[in-house]
Design a protein around this ligand. Structure first.
Ligand code: FMN
Length: 379
C-alpha cells in the first residue's frame, strides 16, 4: 500500500481507519476477502516503528511509491462476454520452470524483522501456493537455507553488485551451486535511494539479525564498505551468467532502450521495477514503462513487472500489457508479519484467487495469452 493511511481505495480515509480500528479491536474477525490494507494496519500496529517504516517507506518525496497502485488503475479492463470461461488457466512457465501462478515473491531484504522464520517462511508459502520465490542478497537466512525450503519448486536468487568483486562473484557461484534457477541482477541500486524515514529513524538491523549471506562479523570482520552496493555494467550480464551458470534476469529496468541493451548483452529476461519507489523518485511507474519495454524486447526475452500490484485486476492489467509474471513486495511483508508462512500464503493465494475471478469476469481463459486489447488507457 502506498498511502500513509494504508489504503488506496476511494473510500474516505477516516472511514477506512475506523473500519480498520474496529477490526483491529476484534481479533479473530477476519474479513471475507483479502484485505491488504488491514494487514498493513496490523503490521503498523505490531512492528517497531523503525521496522515498519523501513518496509513501508520509499525514497525522497515517495511520489513513485504513492502513485504505483493507481498507475495500474490508470488502465481499464475491456471485458469479453459470452466466452464461456469458468476455470481460467493460472499456471505458466518462467524461464522454463513451471509455476502455478503468475504472481511471484519479489526479493525483499531483512525478512527476519517481520517474523523469526523470515525468508524460510516466505519460501514455504511460495511452495504451498505454487508461486516463484526470489531470495534477496540481503536476506537474514543464507541463500542455501532458503533454497532448501523450496525443494523441487523453482526459486531465483537476487544479486546486488557489491564493492567487493570477489564477494559478488562468490554469491553468484553459490546461487548456481545451491540450485537456484536464475540470477536476478538488481541494477537500480548503484547507491541507496535517500529514504527519509530510515534516515530519521537511524534505521539499522535489530540486534541478533544479520545479513546472513555476507561473511560473519566475528570470523573476520567484514569491511562494510566492501558490502555496499555498486554499479553493474552491461558486460557483467554475460560474465555473471557464466560465473553462476544461470540465466540472468535484469531487475530495475524502466526504459525500452535499456531493455534492448540488456537482452543484447545476454539477459534472458527483464524485470520492470522502480524498486517499490525506493530508488529514483519521482520515476515513471512500472505500469507506464511496461508497454514500451514489451514492445522493444519483443519475443527476445521474458518481461516481468512489480510495484504497487495490490489486486487481481492489477495483475491482469500487467499481463495484458505484456508481463509474463508480476511480483509482490510489501503485501508479502504484511502477510509475513501477520502470520508467518500462513500469512504470506494467504496473500499469494488470495491475490491469485482474485486474478482468476477477474479473468472469468473478463472472459479470459489463460494467463499466458492475455491480449493487449484487454485493457485501454482510462483517459
Ligand atoms: C522492504 C523492502 C526491501 C527490499 N529489498 C530488496 C532487495 O533486497 N533486493 C531487490 O532487488 N529489491 C528489493 N526491494 C524491491 C522489491 O523487490 C520490489 O521491487 C518492490 O517491493 C515491489 O513493489 P511493492 O512493494 O509495491 O510490491 C525491496 C522492497 C521493499 C519494500
Amino acid at each position: 500500500m502506498a498511502t500513509d493511511n494504508g489504503t488506496d481505495s476511494p473510500v474516505p480515509r477516516e472511514r477506512v481507519r475506523a473500519v480498520h480500528e474496529m477490526t483491529l479491536d476484534a481479533p479473530g474477525q477476519e474479513p471475507p476477502f483479502l484485505d491488504l490494507a488491514l494487514l498493513e494496519a496490523r503490521a503498523r500496529d505490531s512492528l517497531p516503528r523503525a521496522v515498519f517504516d523501513y518496509y513501508a517507506g520509499g525514497s525522497e518525496t515517495e511520489t513513485t511509491m504513492r502513485e504505483a497502485p493507481d498507475s495500474w488503475r490508470s488502465w481499464r479492463l475491456r471485458p469479453r462476454v459470452l466466452r464461456g470461461v469458468t476455470a481460467p488457466r493460472l499456471g505458466t512457465e518462467l524461464l522454463g520452470s513451471a509455476v502455478g501462478t503468475p504472481i511471484g515473491v519479489a526479493p525483499w531484504a531483512y525478512q527476519g524483522m517481520a517474523h523469526p522464520d523470515g525468508e524460510l517462511a516466505t519460501a514455504r508459502a511460495a511452495v504451498a501456493t505454487g508461486a516463484l520465490m526470489t531470495a534477496s542478497t540481503s536476506a537474514t537466512h543464507t541463500l542455501e537455507e532458503i533454497v532448501a525450503e523450496t525443494g523441487d519448486s523453482p526459486a531465483w536468487f537476487q544479486l546486488y553488485r557489491l564493492h567487493s568483486t570477489a564477494h559478488t562473484e562468490d554469491l553468484a557461484r553459490r546461487a548456481g551451486d545451491a540450485g537456484y534457477r536464475a540470477l536476478v541482477m538488481t541494477v537500480d541500486v548503484p547507491l541507496l535511494g535517500r529514504r527519509h524515514r530510515d534516515l530519521t529513524n537511524a534505521f539499522a538491523l535489530p540486534e541478533g539479525l544479520r545479513m546472513a549471506n555476507h561473511p560473519a562479523a566475528g570470523d573476520e570482520r567484514p569491511d562494510l564498505r566492501d558490502l555496499a552496493t555498486a554499479t553493474w555494467t552491461f558486460d557483467d550480464i554475460a560474465r555473471f551468467g557464466e560465473v553462476s551458470g544461470l540465466p540472468v534476469v535484469v531487475k530495475g529496468v524502466l526504459r525500452g532502450d535499456d531493455a534492448v541493451r540488456c537482452v543484447q548483452a545476454g539477459a534472458s529476461a527483464v524485470w520492470v521495477s522502480t524498486h517499490g519507489g525506493r530508488q529514483a523518485d519521482p520515476a515513471i511507474a512500472s505500469a507506464h514503462a511496461l508497454p514500451e519495454i514489451v514492445d522493444a524486447v519483443g519475443d527476445d526475452a521474458e518481461v516481468y513487472a512489480d510495484g504497487g500490484i495490490r489486486t487481481g485486476s492489477d495483475v491482469l492489467t500487467a499481463l495484458a500489457l505484456g508481463a509474463r509474471a508480476v511480483f509482490l513486495g510489501r503485501p508479502t511483508a504484511w502477510g509475513l508479519a501477520d502470520g508467518g508462512a500462513d500469512g504470506v500464503a494467504r496473500v499469494l493465494a488470495g491475490l491469485t484467487e482474485e486474478l482468476a475471478h477477474m479473468m472469468v469476469l473478463c472472459g479470459l481463459e489463460d494467463v499466458r495469452s492475455v491480449p493487449r486489447d484487454s485493457v485501454r488507457a482510462a483517459r
